[in-house]
Design a protein around this ligand. Structure first.
Ligand SMILES: [Zn+2]
Length: 319
């Protein structure tokens, strides 16, 4: 056992082959990245403030990427000019260039899952203006995603695919894999990229990165994820795209550990929880606790309650 590791000798915890019990901060809980911290009970106010403050920082980045209020044009959808339009008729509204053609869907694509067991803790990354209702993806719209395969470990794609199936099952949101991309993985990402992805919101981008490529993954941080929201006029904010960055160095190492596959699966699910709008909680029985634990590798009751709410967002057919 590593005498420097405060978790050494703690009963009930599996040891790695080296005898140490490595723990990995799941993601953007910067500042908490010291391996000595994880097994302490969550210290309330200071750590909480740091986490939320940090997440707020990420949201600012997402805002740059496109959490924008779009101007409501006079007419929707934007019809092509009619050939029979008389010379004196006013021109049809110009088609906005900052968004795709709206899909107009008002029926959710999949039923909402049954309510989860009551209990547990959950929180949301982004709220509507009422300060209560979470911002969510549109359940009437397929969430397309693409993979950036660079630096993916063996089995990485399958792992992501299974995690996406799981988040889909527990939210009732519909996902579709659109293939591979060489788009750079950055949080400062345009949510509408017609040259690359055509007339749709840019698909969610999932990929693998090293600390050198993404400083947010430095230290024990193994993932970063979030989504960008837009709104139309005074309408509800809705997530339309997002990114998930997975640590290309540490996660393959964890995969090689005993029970590593389940741990990494839990980490990917945690990141997908962020993607659809779950925030961290101080309850270490939940998967959205900021640190990865071998004991919790799937969504717990609080996570599931939050995910059900995030699968119940409004349909926004004009976006
Ligand atoms: Zn997290």
């Amino acid at each position: 056992m590593d005498p420097q590791d405060p978790s050494a000798g703690r009963p009930g915890l599996p040891s790695s082959p080296s005898g140490r019990v490595p723990q990995w901060i799941v993601d953007e809980a910067l500042g908490l990245a010291a391996p000595a911290e994880p097994w302490r009970s969550p210290g309330p106010p200071p750590r909480r403030r740091r986490r939320w403050g940090l997440w707020s920082g990420l949201l600012v980045v997402a805002a740059v990427a496109g959490a924008a209020t779009l101007v409501d044009p006079a007419d929707l959808p934007w019809a092509p000019p009619l050939p029979q339009a008389s010379p004196g008729a006013p021109p049809p509204p110009a088609r906005p260039t900052d968004r795709p053609t709206p899909n107009g869907e008002v029926v959710r694509l999949a039923p909402l899952p049954l309510p989860p067991p009551v209990g547990g803790t959950y929180g949301f990354t982004t709220l509507q203006d009422d300060g209560v209702t979470p911002v969510a993806y549109d359940p009437c719209r397929t969430i397309h995603y693409v993979l950036r395969p660079d630096a993916a470990p063996p089995g990485g794609e399958q792992l992501i695919g299974e995690a996406v199936q799981r988040i889909s099952a527990v939210t009732g949101l519909t996902f579709a894999f659109d293939g591979y991309t060489d788009e750079p993985l950055t949080t400062e990402r345009a949510v509408f990229q017609p040259e690359r992805y055509g007339d749709q919101w840019a698909p969610v981008l999932i990929g693998w990165q090293s600390d050198a490529e993404n400083p947010a993954l430095a230290g024990d941080v193994v993932g970063e994820a979030g989504s960008a929201a837009v709104s139309l006029g005074d309408g509800p904010k809705v997530f339309v795209s997002g990114t998930v960055a997975l640590d290309a160095v540490q996660l393959p190492e964890i995969l090689g550990e005993r029970d590593g596959a389940a741990t990494v699966r839990g980490i990917v699910l945690h990141e997908l929880g962020h993607l659809v709008g779950l925030a961290h909680v101080d309850d270490d029985d939940e998967l959205m606790y900021p640190e990865a634990r071998r004991a919790v590798t799937d969504f717990a009751p609080g996570d599931l309650t939050g995910l059900t709410a995030l699968g119940s967002g409004p349909c926004v057919p004009d976006l």
